[in-house]
Design a protein. Sequence first.
Length: 134
Amino acid sequence: MSEMNDKKQTLRDILIVSVGELICLGLIYGAFALLHRLDGKVLLGGALGALTAILNYFLLAVSVFSAADRAAAGDPARGKRILSLSMAGRFLLMIAVLVVGAKSGACNVIAMVIPLALFRSIIFIGEFFRRKDG
């Protein structure tokens, strides 16, 4: 698969993850509405969690392409460092968002954590919508 096809597929994957997070967000909001608990904190917490999950996936894709470029240029060790630093940075970003959201009191923590917790499930389900032919 060429680099252009890889990038197109990655954009499709990001779109699938984004749609999955939006569906998840709608289900979260619906559940809170049924429980008569839907308020601004739930709306903000859910949106913040979903956006953090999407940003995490986007940053992962960017770091993988950067590492692949370094490896193709003959420096695989630097590519490996890029991936390691990216993983640590993305993890710290998610922790920071969760801590700030929880400590500020502006977000419902449960609504914020659910989109992050379901992220891997969304990716797994998204594999069924992946184009195999490029």
